[in-house]
Ligand binder design. Structure first.
Ligand code: GDD
Ligand code: MN
Length: 382
């Protein structure tokens, strides 16, 4: 990592545009613009505030500031969420302001304006995307963040890395990045239709898929002093939906795995019902049916779903791994069935057997994908 902040010399003269969304940031926007315009003095720099009719008069303060500094611009629109504001702002900066580099950041001083220097230095060195990262060595988060928010952010990032295939990046939800305009065009940012905070992870995914080179620069994320966060439950829910959607649409392996799982479910429930009809007790029919589906799943996954993966280790090791995974799957699925049977003794057994598949399927996918059939060569985007 390079640069120590304020005195990094810009090697290339690119037109830089800061894109900063605001919603009710009247307490922050003027000091932020004062700080930014003071730090980045060149005529080649613009500061675009994207405000969505904030009722607290944020836009008026921006207009006031812009009257004395023509580098400050205001883009106004209807409020449709953080992602929507970014898509409009970035598209405007690319098409109308001649931006060659975009810096996206929050308006609440959580992102230190001085850190943008370090991000820009990475772009000067030839990187396409420089992320201000909280989750690499040297980075961090304000101690004032509640344990709940910390947990959410940590696990949101872990899931984004594992589920959406962004393993190469540690801070996938970061809102502080410098991005090359060509990389943004290649990623077709204007086509992103994500309205809320999930935008961050979707944009990153698109950039990586388009082949962008990404580095992470450690930053310290400060809790805001004034105003309130706009992150809502809806954003959190949308985030989890989007990471799975990214995986589903991008990775054929996942679709194959899902189809295999579906066939396994049919075999499991079909044989369970047949065994019941033959007079077997449900507590005995259940594990037999689960085991049958495990074997068929393994065979199909081995010869179809993960057939293209160069397998790690020796056959014996793989066999051992498979047996362990199967044991865990069998236990989890059967335990769920037994527990549900005890809780709802009069419920249709085949329904409970079906519910037993759910936790086992999730476990199975992760373990198989990351362990039993693991890819030898991890790529930037998996
Ligand atoms: N125009 C517009 N419209 N701006 C918005 C909207 C909106 O609907 N929602 C939020 N903003 C602005 C805020 O005014 C602020 O400048 C910035 O977007 C970030 O919003 P915060 O509400 O302060 O977000 P946060 O601090 O909870 O979340 C931060 O961390 C997340 C990861 O932990 C942001 O950096 C997120 O981008 C990041 O994903
Ligand atoms: Mn904030």
């Amino acid at each position: 990592m390079s640069g120590t902040g304020d005195n990094v010399k810009r090697l290339r003269s690119s037109r830089v545009c800061f894109v900063i969304p605001t919603y009710n940031e009247a307490a922050n926007v003027t000091p932020l613009l004062a700080r930014l315009t003071g730090l980045y003095r060149g005529d080649d720099t613009a500061f675009l505030i994207v405000d969505d009719e904030s009722p607290d008069g944020t836009a008026d303060l921006v207009r006031e500031f812009a009257a004395n500094d023509s580098r400050v611009r205001l883009l106004e629109g209807k409020r449709r969420g953080l992602g929507d504001a970014y898509v409009r702002g970035i598209t405007h900066a690319l098409n109308n302001l001649g931006a060659q580099i975009i810096v996206q950041m929050d308006a609440d001083f959580s992102h230190d304006p001085a850190d943008a220097h370090k991000l820009l230095a990475h772009l000067d060195a030839g990187t396409d995307v420089a992320i201000g990262s909280r989750y690499v060595a040297g980075g961090g988060i304000d101690a004032r963040w509640s344990p709940a928010r910390r947990l959410l952010s940590r696990w949101g990032n872990r899931l984004a890395r594992w589920v959406a295939g962004l393993a190469a990046v540690h801070d996938c939800t970061a809102g502080f990045k410098a991005i090359n305009a060509d990389a943004l065009r290649a990623a077709q940012v204007e086509k992103i239709s994500v309205q809320g905070y999930a935008f961050q992870v979707v944009l990153l995914h698109r950039l990586l898929a388009a082949g962008a080179r990404v580095v992470e620069e450690p930053i310290y994320f400060r809790e805001r002093e004034r105003g309130h966060t706009k992150l809502g439950v809806k954003d959190i829910f949308a985030f989890f939906c989007h990471i799975w959607w990214l995986r589903l649409t991008r990775h054929r392996t996942f679709i194959k795995f899902a189809l295999t799982g579906l066939s396994g479910a049919v075999i499991n429930l079909g044989s369970f019902q047949i065994l019941l009809d033959l007079g077997l007790h449900k507590l005995l029919a259940s594990p037999i049916a689960i085991e049958l589906s495990i074997v068929s799943n393994f065979l199909i996954n081995n010869y179809w779903t993960f057939a293209d993966r160069a397998l790690t280790g020796r056959k014996r090791v793989r066999g051992m791994k498979f047996n362990l995974v199967s044991l865990a799957t069998l236990t989890l699925s059967y335990a769920t069935f037994v527990a549900l049977s005890a809780l709802f003794p009069s419920a249709l057994p085949v329904l409970l057997q079906g519910l037993g598949i759910v936790p086992a399927a999730l476990l199975n996918y992760f373990v198989n994908s990351f362990w039993t059939f693991r890819d030898i060569k991890p790529r930037g985007l998996r």
